[in-house]
Design a protein around this ligand. Structure first.
Ligand code: SF4
Length: 145
């Protein structure tokens, strides 16, 4: 039989120990995406921190965004965010997702991720180093604690 009083604590503990991330490129040049992919290689091996890359928003805790938000992608980004179960967090990876970066001022660019979603952590860099991305996720989880 499940002890209901302890269930939320266990879920919260598991979430902090094993955050599942969903990666979405909102319109960047793919430079930051390659750095995110390198997290999955044996060299960086993010699973040692319990970080697992998910392919569906319905199972994800953290939405990791790269690139600036284009007008075309805005509704998709919102749909993905709304499909994620609460509590959920948003990580802006790379200068483009933080502020629009080199794409700022373009006719089809709305700006950084925070123009559409509430961002919990910003990681700058063009592109971001994988170490900075890992550091950002760990710091985000520490703030959640
Ligand atoms: S921050 Fe730099 S590497 Fe990353 S998507 Fe923008 S232009 Fe590309």
């Amino acid at each position: 039989m499940i002890n209901k009083s302890k269930t939320p604590k266990i879920i919260s503990w598991a979430r902090k120990k094993s955050p599942w991330i969903l990666h979405f490129n909102t319109g960047g040049c793919n430079g930051c995406d390659i750095e995110i992919l390198s997290l999955l290689t044996p060299y960086y091996d993010v699973e040692r921190f319990g970080i697992l890359k998910e392919s569906t928003p319905r199972h994800a805790d953290i939405l990791v965004c790269t690139g600036p938000v284009t007008r075309q992608v805005k509704t998709r980004l919102l749909r993905i965010y709304n499909q994620m179960p609460a509590p959920k967090w948003v990580l802006a990876v790379g200068s483009c997702s933080c502020s629009g970066g080199v794409f700022s001022g373009s006719y089809n660019i709305l700006g950084g991720i925070d123009q559409v979603l509430p961002v919990d952590m910003y990681i700058t860099g063009c592109p971001c180093r994988p170490e900075a991305i890992i550091d950002g996720i760990i710091k985000l989880l520490e703030e959640v604690k």
